[in-house]
Design a protein around this ligand. Structure first.
Ligand code: UDX
Length: 440
């Protein structure tokens, strides 16, 4: 099949590469010329395990190409995936400018039937807006080419994007005409493993399903974070509590890890957009609102522990920080808890020596104005003379460090572990003042 993917961000690039890998002819469009030039040379603008290889392989085989030419991209794909950004507007609602612009571009240039697929996470009702916008443009042109608008939300996780796209739990197709449903089924047929994973539903339900999934997962994390804080106060151990509740199949073990708060490009943005949508319909989403408020507080949990140890004024203190990305296996810094940790520590006068295995170039750009932050290429170098180590991301390399070396480098053997990487009793026996999240 000939497929155009509009937008080469996370979702667009992964979708384009994986669709090409299944034998489709794919053209990826982006307005960013530098990015397209880079992609043509096989360089990937984001860190995502396995992505570079799959892009190179398919570009090499001639199945994956990159362009900035709108006319060329509209002419290319019978199916046009829209995977552009939907950044939060000032009021928290998703900004649909890029989505509608992409749709109008298709309508301006199309000379044959097209299936237009919303892959970006967009508020309920967007497919209708896309349909109307395209119909208006076609009417202005005085032409009448048939087109369908499909909602096909993407559930991939950063750091596991290729695997998630290639072996999805489910493939949601929101469509209301048989032709579009048939085309989408054909595209996704190779991605089904042992059983049917395609779920066809009405467009609005598909759009809402994406928000519902992210809001529920975000709520689950906030719930566990609050439970962990309570466990600490009570002298209970959240790890035991987690095991105790996860065994109930209605709850399950996944996504029950308390930590330094959730971040990333999806949860914070989608939770806000969902609340906004509810407000537009004069409804409130109390549970989701609370999940968000709890998350803001949780991001301050590590600095709070520092303050409890050293007092409000941290002038003259230095802290090592392991982990900057919002989670491991990505260089994505969007809404990363580390940013809240750094802002709070440096606001109180402390210096921060930070290390991350891949996110440092991005973090350097974001934190360029904060002169109290120093970036260390080596994770041990960050510890040198520090008043304590804080951990914000559970990268594998942090899981089993040379503890003796850690102990001897730190001025004070304090570890505040926002990801519960180590066993408290073991750490104490090695002479550390060790504080996790929700560990007694
Ligand atoms: C999420 C959804 O999982 C994915 O389906 C959707 O398409 C996009 O949003 P992503 O943002 O890549 O994916 O990361 P995810 O692994 O879900 O983690 C989100 C945040 O929650 C991270 O900050 C992570 O550290 C935090 N988290 C996750 C926890 O604190 N505890 C957990 O148990 C799980």
């Amino acid at each position: 099949m000939k497929i155009t993917v509009i937008g080469t961000g996370y979702v667009g690039l992964v979708s384009g590469a994986c669709l090409a890998d299944m034998g489709n002819d794919v053209m990826c469009l982006d307005v960013d010329e530098a990015k397209i030039r880079q992609l043509r040379q096989g360089a990937i603008p984001i860190y995502e395990p396995g992505l570079e290889e799959i892009v190179r392989r398919n570009a090499g085989a001639g199945r994956l190409r990159f362009t900035t030419d709108v006319a060329e991209s509209v002419a290319f794909g019978d199916v046009q995936f829209i995977a552009v950004g939907t950044p939060p507007g000032e009021d928290g609602s998703a900004d649909l400018r890029h989505v509608l612009e992409a749709a109008c571009n298709i309508a301006r240039q199309m000379t044959a039937a097209r299936v237009v697929v919303d892959k970006s996470t967009v508020p309920v009702g967007t497919a209708d807006k896309v349909r109307r916008a395209m119909a208006d443009v076609l009417a202005e042109r005085g032409v009448d080419f048939p087109f369908s608008v499909v909602s096909n939300p993407e559930f991939l996780k950063e750091g596991a994007a290729i695997k998630d796209f290639m072996s999805p739990d489910r493939i949601i197709i929101g469509a209301d005409d048989e032709h579009a449903i048939d085309v989408m089924r054909r595209i996704y047929a190779p991605f089904q493993r042992t059983h049917e994973r395609v779920m066809v539903m009405d467009v609005r339900s598909a759009e809402l399903a994406k928000y519902a999934a992210n809001a529920m997962l975000a709520t689950r994390v906030s719930f566990m974070n609050e439970m962990a804080n309570l466990a600490e106060a009570l002298g209970a151990d959240i790890e035991q509590v987690r095991r105790g509740i996860g065994a109930d199949p209605r709850i399950g073990y996944h996504f029950l890890y308390p930590g330094a708060g959730y971040g990333g490009s999806c949860f914070p943005k989608d939770v806000q957009a969902l609340m906004r949508t509810a407000a537009e319909h004069k409804l409130s989403m109390r549970v989701v609102e609370a999940a968000e408020a709890a998350n803001h507080l949780q991001k301050l949990r590590l600095p709070q522990k520092v303050v409890a140890r050293y007092g409000e004024d941290l002038a003259g203190r230095t802290f090592a920080l392991w982990g900057l990305a919002f989670k491991p296996n990505t260089d994505d810094m969007r809404e990363a808890p580390s940013l809240a940790v750094i802002a709070e520590l440096t606001r109180r006068g402390a210096r921060v020596r930070a290390h991350d295995p891949v996110a440092m170039p991005r973090a350097r750009e974001i934190l360029a104005a904060n002169t109290a932050v120093e970036f260390c290429d080596d994770m041990y170098q960050a510890l040198d003379g520090a008043d304590g180590l804080l951990i914000a991301t559970e990268w594998k390399v942090f899981r089993a460090p040379d503890f003796q070396r850690v102990h001897s480098l730190l001025k004070t053997p304090l570890i505040i572990d926002g990801r519960n990487l180590y066993q408290p009793a073991e750490m104490r026996s090695q002479g550390f003042d060790y504080q996790g999240i929700g560990r007694a």
